[in-house]
Design a binder for this molecule. Structure first.
Ligand code: C2O
Ligand code: CU
Ligand code: CU
Length: 429
């Protein structure tokens, strides 16, 4: 048993088989099981220690997406775990409570490893008594929803063959590895922690009956206030927490309607832009236990002052490159000074979709083509969808950890793009 304030986890990456649909067995990979991995949870302030045991026949890594931690613990392409070996990163959780996730990051093979099933959620819980009023009984009214699309070949094998520019697009949707999923709801309100764990597909989540729900959190923490809306769009790697209110006996279906990819219609269509997919049916019981109302103020998000920025950098995404360069394992692209604030200007120069993810930090979106960010970009973020031609200015503070020898990554989170080298490296010194 670990002492108080220490969380120890064991993750064994191994091969297995999964029956996604009755009678069809599919070869998959998972952590501590045949597909996906356990939800890890720690309290802000905890010391976390993970023992990752790689029983696969191939080398992999485990990256803690969205976590503020030392570069050596980040699990990027420099922290490979050879077959039969273990890796034991540890760090202290020092950021806002939120919904993070973990997944492999081996250079050039991330899409395959994630598609095979290596991913899981990592919840950060508040240290202080929770005054948000949000449902928080895990598995009862606080539920992880890992959304992935898949293609299966005739033999049941996971196939990456149906590809758009964005990467592999599947016609089947899995939630937490389950095909045709539903959720029994026993409370008036349910909190869904949505993770787009797909490699290429962007979803625009909405309900079949167009009901509104509260958007309460994004990648790096809760929003300042619940935002009532009927839809939330997530590109690969992004998360959103929503609170849905139900009446006894209702059965609304969470689905994805044609996402707004910002691309010309013909191109959008080839990249999932016209697709409608059912995701998860909610089945409310005939009697629902009362749930508190979410508080009017959920969190305090002190805005980072642009005037405090000591460095501006530009990141132009064109082709499958950033600033005209491809990822080189032994090249450091940017050098950041610790305890400084930086503004990064990110622009997708193509007609096609990309996204932008930064390791180690949670950032704030200063503006989108000069306009104040919409509610879904107003909180802490680590990944944003970058619409063609649009300038996103993001601001962040790089704190605590320095390492001249080990870089962090920034990259497009469409996994096929990342694998193709649409990634760069920065060190904090
Ligand atoms: Cu979700 Cu560089 O990763
Ligand atoms: Cu990451
Ligand atoms: Cu991209």
């Amino acid at each position: 048993l670990a002492p108080d304030g220490v969380r120890e986890f064991d993750l064994v990456a191994d091969e297995g088989t999964t029956e996604f649909r009755p009678g069809i067995s599919t070869r998959t990979w998972g952590f501590d099981g045949s597909y996906l991995g356990p939800t890890l949870a720690a309290t802000v302030g905890d010391r976390v220690r993970v023992r990752v045991d790689n029983q696969l026949a191939t080398a992999t890594t485990v990256h803690w997406h969205g976590m503020h931690l030392p570069a050596e613990m980040d699990g990027g392409p420099h922290q490979m775990i050879e077959p039969g070996r273990t890796w034991t990163p540890s760090w202290r959780v020092d950021q806002e409570p939120t919904t993070l996730w973990y997944h492999p990051h081996p250079h050039g093979e991330t899409e395959e490893h994630v598609e095979m099933g290596l991913a899981g959620m990592f919840l950060l819980e508040p240290a202080e008594p929770d005054r948000s009023g949000l449902p928080h009984e895990y598995g009862v009214d606080d539920v992880p929803v890992v959304v992935q699309d898949k293609n299966f070949g005739p033999d049941g094998a996971i196939s990456l063959d149906t590809r758009g520019f964005v990467g592999s697009l599947g016609d089947q949707v899995l939630v937490n590895g389950t095909h045709s999923p539903y959720l029994d709801v026993t409370t008036e309100r349910v909190r869904l922690r949505l993770l787009n764990g797909s490699s290429a597909r962007t979803y625009r989540f909405t309900f079949d009956d167009r009901r509104t729900f509260d958007l309460v959190g994004t990648d790096g923490g809760l929003l300042e206030a619940p935002h009532p809306t009927a839809q939330v769009q997530l590109s690969p790697g992004e998360r959103a927490e929503i609170v849905v209110r139900l009446q006894p006996g209702e059965r609304p279906v969470l689905r994805s309607e044609a996402p707004d990819l910002g691309m010309p219609a013909v191109l959008a269509e080839m990249n999932g832009g016209a697709d409608r997919l059912d995701v998860l049916q909610l089945r409310a019981a005939d009697r629902l236990a009362p749930s508190p109302r979410p508080a009017r103020q959920l969190a305090d998000i002190p805005r980072i002052d642009p005037g405090s920025a000591s460095q501006r950098r530009r990141f132009d995404m064109d082709g499958l490159q950033i600033n005209g360069r491809s990822m080189q394992m032994h090249t450091v692209d940017e050098v950041v000074e610790v305890d400084t604030v930086e503004i990064w200007e990110v622009r997708n120069q193509m007609q096609f979709a990309h996204s932008f993810h930064v390791h180690d930090v949670q950032f704030q979106v200063l503006d989108v083509d000069g306009q104040a960010p919409p509610p879904e970009l107003a909180g802490w973020k680590d990944t944003i969808y970058t619409r063609p031609g649009v300038l996103y200015r993001i601001i962040m503070r790089f704190e605590d950890y320095t390492d001249p020898d080990t870089p962090y990554m920034y990259h497009c989170h469409f996994l096929a793009h990342e694998d193709a080298g649409m990634m760069g490296q920065f060190i904090v010194v």
